[in-house]
Design a protein around this ligand. Structure first.
Ligand code: PEP
Ligand code: MG
Length: 535
């Protein structure tokens, strides 16, 4: 039994086997081989494993998303059987005397380029698929794990996890994750909280742990490999107690979020995907205060279409059955990088080309999202919120584009609902001119994660600075008060959707400051309800 200590980013206990996660995209190197036929045999074996994975994925997808959407895995199987594709791989191995990984990656690149240059839209779209199947075989050849295809519940151990990788993991099979890198305020950490998964960072990981039993103790930041039976028993007992505590909280379901003297708080939940709504309903949140819509973009290999987005927003709105659903428009940049946006490398991406700045520059992308949002608003109580605002002119421009979108929908007789518009207050600039901005919008939602980063000039991504990233800093608390007061003077309601909103030691303070809404990861809903009702 070995115990390692790191930093916990979410409480809770997980017990299970470790799976060592290697990055999906392998850097393939060209290696000369002596026995080319052995290499061909390696390739054939890997192809069989890939075909098996695809058959399993097809069966799973049929159940979860229906036959039409599952088709892609059948197409991938057909591509893997394609004679030209296979001949190209055999030829490269035999003629150049090189390793199978290199032959597969080269064939994948060549075929993908060939498809991309075709006129026919159907074949053009196959360029990404041929790259995908080639990557799948390379992963099999090098023994890498693709987090998309987990078959049993695991504790995932990785060097680092980017938000784009985390969203693609099969959440139903994820017991916990443990990484060497990462910071407590990163979006990967936020996703762990949203998914209700214990997570540790800053642990010197070791590949030899793969397959071993382990305990993740999120309360004390401990990872225990090969726990002794008595230790395991103790943690199983703790897990049971945790369950019982949650069952007690469940008695609060259905009760109003109201203090003893009658002040009602909007207690909403933060989500990153449509699947998270189940957790929102299970925890009885009264609405969704932040849907980080950028995760729809991070999950994909290309821009989500208007219809795809419409379906996602409509599903969330319908499932919430008339309760408020605040959807934040695309907030990418900094740690949330999306390959297909082809963004230039920046010296300082947190202060760079991101969020509303991209949307106001690439209005085609922005309008596609807004059209999807307005269309979905006919099916529920949707509000739209805009991130990273720094000026009045940005808000006015955003509102002008919203009007344009509504006029276009009117011209096409497409209905939409009565949509509240709000902005995130997550820059000191927005906080300091919140008296002016309040005249323009229906609500403010304070993003304390970025507001703290920009106020204190501390990179939220840098784990070295986690100990001085002080979200209780008086400068941040004063700004929150300024924003609440300025909002109220103009009839704007004010909420907090940053992680500080879930800090149970501050619930009373925020209510005394006059906050109207708290939007938190679903698991914090009932603990906060308990506090509110006791005040
Ligand atoms: C914030 O900055 O507080 C916020 C809620 O947005 P994100 O964490 O996604 O940047
Ligand atoms: Mg933010």
């Amino acid at each position: 039994m070995d115990t390692y200590t790191g930093k916990s980013i979410f409480n809770g206990i997980a017990i299970g086997r470790i799976l060592f996660y290697k990055k999906g995209e392998q850097a393939v190197t060209r290696i000369k081989v002596q026995d080319v036929e052995a290499e061909v045999a390696r390739y054939k074996e890997a192809r069989q494993s890939a075909l098996k994975q695809l058959r399993q994925l097809y069966d799973k997808a049929i159940e979860e998303v229906g036959e039409v959407n599952a088709m892609i895995f059948e197409i991938h199987q057909m591509m893997l059987e394609d004679e030209d594709y296979n001949d190209s791989i055999y030829n490269i191995i035999r003629n150049d005397g090189v390793n199978a990984e290199f032959a597969v990656a080269t064939t994948g690149d060549n075929f993908s380029r060939m498809f991309a240059e075709m006129e026919d839209e159907y074949f053009k779209a196959r360029a990404a698929d041929v790259k995908d199947i080639s990557e799948r075989i390379v992963n099999v050849l090098v023994g890498a794990t693709s987090g998309k295809d987990l078959t049993e519940p695991v504790i995932l151990v990785a060097d680092d996890l980017a938000p784009s990788e985390t969203v693609q993991l099969d959440k139903s099979k994820l017991l916990a994750f443990v990484t060497l890198h990462g910071s407590a305020n990163s979006h990967t950490a936020i996703l762990a909280r949203t998914m209700n998964i214990p997570a540790l960072i800053g642990i010197a990981i070791d590949e030899s742990w793969n397959g071993k039993m382990a305990v993740v103790d999120g309360k004390h930041g401990k990872l225990i490999i090969d726990p002794e039976y008595s230790v395991l028993e103790q943690y199983m007992e703790e897990q049971k107690k945790e369950k019982e505590a949650r069952a007690l909280l469940a008695e609060l379901k259905g009760l109003p979020d109201m203090t003893k003297d009658g002040k009602e708080i909007k207690l909403y939940a933060n989500i990153g995907s449509v699947a998270d709504v189940a957790n929102v309903l299970a925890n009885d949140a009264n609405g969704i205060g932040l849907f980080r819509s950028e995760f729809l973009y991070l999950e994909k290999n290309t821009y989500p279409t208007e219809d795809e987005q419409f379906m996602a927003y409509k599903t969330v709105a319908q499932n919430m059955a008339g309760k408020k659903v605040i959807i934040r428009t695309l907030d990418i940049g900094a740690d949330k990088q999306v390959d297909y946006f082809d963004m230039e490398q920046e010296e300082n991406p947190a202060m760079g080309y991101r969020a509303i700045r991209i949307c106001l520059d690439r209005t085609d992308i922005f309008k596609t999202q807004l059209r999807a949002l307005y269309r979905a608003s006919a099916f529920g109580n949707i509000a739209i919120m805009f991130p990273m605002i720094i000026s009045l002119s940005e808000v006015q421009e955003v509102k002008r584009i919203c009007e344009e979108v509504k006029n276009e929908l009117d011209e096409n007789s497409i209905s939409y609902g009565n949509v509240e518009l709000g902005i995130m207050i997550e820059t000191p600039a927005a906080a300091m001119i919140s008296d002016i901005l309040a005249k323009e919008v229906d609500f403010f939602s304070i993003g304390t994660n970025d507001l703290t980063q920009y106020t204190l000039a501390i990179d939220r991504q840098n784990p070295k600075l986690d100990n001085i990233y002080d979200a209780y800093h008086p400068a941040v608390m004063r700004m929150i008060q300024i924003v609440i007061d300025n909002g109220h003077k103009e009839g704007c309601w004010v909420g907090i959707c940053g992680e500080l909103g879930a800090d149970l030691s501050l619930t009373e303070t925020f209510i005394n400051m006059g906050i109207d809404e708290l939007s938190v990861s679903p698991t914090f809903i009932l603990p906060i309800r308990k506090i509110i009702r006791e005040l």
